[in-house]
Design a protein. Sequence first.
Length: 324
Amino acid sequence: MPSIPSGLRGATITGWGTALPPKVLTNHDLEHMFATSHDWIVERTGIHERHVGGTTAGLSIESGRKALDMSGVDPATIDALVLATTTPDRTVPGTAPGVAAALGLRCGAFDINAACSGFVYGLVQAHGMIAMGARNVLCIGTDSLARITDWTDRNTAILFADGSGAAVLQHTAGPGQLLGWDLDADGSAERFLYAEVGGFIQMEGKEVFRQAVRLMVDSAKKSLVHAGITIDDISLVVPHQANIRIIQAACDRLGVPMDRTALVLQHTGNTSAASIPLALCDALDAGRVAEGDLVLLVGFGAGMTAASAVLRWGPIPATRGHQL
């Protein structure tokens, strides 16, 4: 992908929020559903529990409302809602228009499906719209994977779950937070992870592992080059929360220690498009990101897709909460 041209109007994240269904399914619960064990799941995935239930719209409304409330932005000033999901509630229409109506938005609203890379795809889209004149954009990543998971298949049932994460982006003077980005897709590998219409997720685990590490590392390196920095400049890596072994392997190849990585998969599982915003929000709420820190978002997904973005965090613009 090309580097960001100079002179474009930038954007800053001014509010964020998350949503997880109240029902928690632990590894011990799964032991009663098929042949597995808590230790076996943790060793292979790093996951201890996951949240299941709710709808894509319902979870999106909850996380979106929290992000709007935190930002202080009048919903009437949101110019677009970008909803990244691979599990819309209906085939037609998209889920985003209903979410927009529930949040009191009067703007364009649309779904994008880049699977687990979707939130970063949406974030780049939001920055692009603001560069072209939009004032405020709400970007949400949500998936309700429990309803397309075969709960008798231990190879997939131990991984997938439901959740949502959202961010409000506001225009700001100057270049904004986004320093570099990369979007990619290798359609020749789509057969390794997919779900037919009306069917369950099918996955070839070994191939997904191999492709995921390759795609994540390649995308991350491209974003770093576009941002004009090295991995040593990154304060925090926020990876797709797919599997602890994938995260460790990608970080090893990038030269990033795990203590500079945001992790929530131990209690969320793999929530697809919600994965990166859930981990980012957790890190922000925990005070792990300071003004001026460089943050690398990086993920992969079915398709196989890949996406990454480098953000320089803060400051929150003085216009926060105003009707721009």
